[in-house]
Design a protein. Structure first.
Length: 134
């Protein structure tokens, strides 16, 4: 791991999880793996990554959810992303259509003076104020 010359950023990795999968378990697992791979890369670059799924899924299970989209799922899944936004330094928005990332946690216009990166391969671009450091 490379130690950064700057303060490590707490970065929310946002992207498709369940959206547009028709609840296909293999597609959801592939989306989740892609978010975790991005988080691992951010960690190796000296940052502190987090996904909403890593926090929400264990809570959803404890709340008694029996399937995606039931009451406990809806109570917790997207609200976690909205609450995380108040605590992170940046959002790394992975490519792909995502109802949650685009409406509850990943939209830069929701956060003034917010750092936001959009990944295409591993290139990034600056949106808003501040520089997104990958």
């Amino acid at each position: 791991m490379t130690e950064p010359a700057h303060r490590p950023l707490l970065i929310l990795v946002a992207g498709p999880y369940r959206s547009y999968t028709n609840d296909d378990g293999a597609k959801i697992a592939a989306n989740y793996r892609r978010m975790n791979q991005a988080a691992l890369e951010l960690f190796r670059r000296g940052h502190m990554p987090v996904t909403g799924e890593a926090i929400a899924l264990p809570l959803i299970e404890l709340a008694g959810s029996e399937r995606m989209g039931d009451a406990p799922w809806n109570e917790i899944f997207h609200p976690i992303g909205r609450r995380l936004i108040a605590h992170v330094d940046a959002v790394l928005r992975l490519e792909g259509r995502s109802v949650g990332a685009d409406t509850t946690g990943g939209a830069p216009e929701m956060i003034p003076d917010f750092r936001y990166g959009l990944v295409s391969g591993w290139t990034s671009r600056r949106l808003g104020t501040g520089e997104f450091l990958l």
